[in-house]
Design a protein around this ligand. Structure first.
Ligand code: DQA
Length: 148
């Protein structure tokens, strides 16, 4: 890997239950598995000359530790906190540590769903939010960060 690509590292964090994509409510979240989404991100990253690291956890604390480790190491963060989006002040506080572009992603349009999903605890502390574009949303976020 050439040094410039190594310098251009983007972290992608997937929250709880996203490891079940493909099987989980495919009519809402699509048929693609998380491995397939990560492969698409890696393929695009290669084209953009970016190094992408992907991480999934069902545990809030592990996601927080990953965000803390992202600080100073990455040029950007793409995060789908899944259900923690609607509940986690701790993830919000961790994101406030970062001084890099942070893009919040949701496969579904959270504003078209149940009332409890319409509130994001992180929307006002991230750089941008992409919601409802399915897998395309992740790719849009990576392209945007590459240009930032
Ligand atoms: C989600 C939306 C959340 O409300 C839900 O809990 C998820 C996935 C999305 O990508 O559409 O797990 O973040």
């Amino acid at each position: 890997m050439n040094p410039s690509k190594k310098d251009r590292k983007v972290m992608v964090i997937h929250g709880p239950n996203l490891n079940m994509l493909g099987k989980r409510e495919p009519e809402i979240y699509g048929k693609e598995t998380l491995d397939e989404i990560n492969a698409k991100l890696e393929e695009l990253a290669e084209k953009l000359g970016i190094n992408v690291e992907t991480f999934q956890s069902n545990y809030e604390g592990k996601i927080i530790e990953k965000i803390q480790k992202t600080s100073g190491r990455c040029k950007g963060l793409i995060i789908n906190p899944a259900a923690f989006t609607h509940t986690s002040i701790a993830i919000r506080d961790a994101l406030l540590l970062l001084d890099i572009p942070v893009i919040e992603i949701h496969l579904s349009n959270i504003y078209k769903r149940e009332p409890f999903r319409r509130k994001s605890m992180i929307a006002d502390v991230v750089t941008a939010q992409i919601t409802g574009f399915g897998v395309q949303g992740y790719l849009m976020a990576l392209k945007a960060i590459a240009k930032m």
